[in-house]
Write a protein that binds this ligand. Sequence first.
Ligand code: CMC
Length: 443
Amino acid sequence: MTTSVPTSQQRPGTPSGTATVNYQGKSIELPVLRGSVGPEVIDIRKLYGETGAFTYDPGFTSTASCESSITYIDGDEGILLYRGYPIEQLAEHGDFLETCYLLLYGDLPNATQMKEFDRAITYHTMVHEQINYFFRGFRRDAHPMAVMVGTVGALSAFYHDSTDINDPHQRMVASFRMIAKMPTIAAMAYKYTIGQPFVYPRNDLGYAENFLRMCFAVPAEDYKASPVLSRALERIFILHADHEQNASTSTVRLAGSSGANPFACIAAGIACLWGPAHGGANEAALTMLEEIGSVDRIPEFIARAKDKNDPFRLMGFGHRVYKNYDPRAKVMQKTSHEVLDELGIKNDPLLAVAMELEKIALHDDYFVEKKLYPNIDFYSGITLRALGFPTTMFTALFALARTVGWIAQWTEMIEDPAQKIGRPRQLYTGAARREYVPLNKRG
Ligand code: CMC
């Protein structure tokens, strides 16, 4: 394949050149599209029609599945931008609801817009009272992610008036509902597993502050989160809010491409996020640090991670896109120190293991050659544990924060006039046509 060099600056997403594919003696010109930043893409939509051949890309390592203007990642440089703003700036100066507004609408809000948005979200923080009874069907020892998948999927049974995806007003109400109710549902999932009564939301509190209270207050005693801890949790939510076309976001888009209602799509995203290669890695990373236990056992685990015959991987290391330090991990590392300082935890053995493990891995040839750096999940577990959450809640908190990203991406897809149902093809390697043989004639 050859590509022509674009000659002029053009509007992002429009053709900037062509690529020529030579296949079975035929030459086909394919448009090359240029984004605002990042690699160009070769538009292969005509390829099958013109050649009868598919492209093959399991895991989508070379495939742009859609056009999007929400989040940008430069994995080689370790850059993450939401609507153009660096994640470090948003995490340092912004708050979570402001980030939600930015992801949904494309720009930071002014003071009036922020106030209205805040009100619109907090208006929806309570869940339908019947959901309390719905919860009672779960076992008390259910994993919070199992409860989240089930309950968020069930929201479509409770909020019929916001499931028509062709009505922009209903789409907006569904979006607000999910951003507002996710902390309430996650806190309920936690309370349910520990046998405590649900705590209703309080709309005079900030997003993270309210969530902490719903998790840790009891009828006998209120809970007041320290500003440092609320701020740390806001930051964790901001860091997790969106991440381009990752597995769960692609799942939400694919589910939504068939016209499924938004609650069902977000439930699909939560199910995908649960896997240990994706959002489940924060839980797995902390479990691993606990298993390592002390600094002197690190070499043993590094050796296992490098052993081809051992399926063990260093959880919280490596990323499909980042081939540099995950910019979110840097902020998370700083946040974990702030939380531990605030709580007066001077010598957390797990933090000591994490820091030493990071130091060793960053200088080990195996990790250096494969560009395996710590990702966001490496330090988030330590921080969430210090905040008082059990490991089983870690991925539920990730789902809570990622909901806005899923919704922004789902909305962008629904509003895209070029949107089609997602329907990949395959390289078929099964049996060719053969004739049915009745049971009594089979050998
Ligand atoms: N420990 C040891 N070796 C690793 C690790 C690791 N954590 N990650 C990748 N490798 C090796 C892997 O064995 C392979 O080696 P080889 O080329 O010799 O076969 C090579 O590095 C490339 O790995 P891959 O699995 O082909 O890469 P991928 O892009 O498909 O996977 C990943 C990315 C994140 C799934 C993987 O790095 C991993 O499993 N990491 C641990 C789980 C984790 O921390 N996940 C959280 C990701 S960040 C949060 C999120 O976005 O959800």
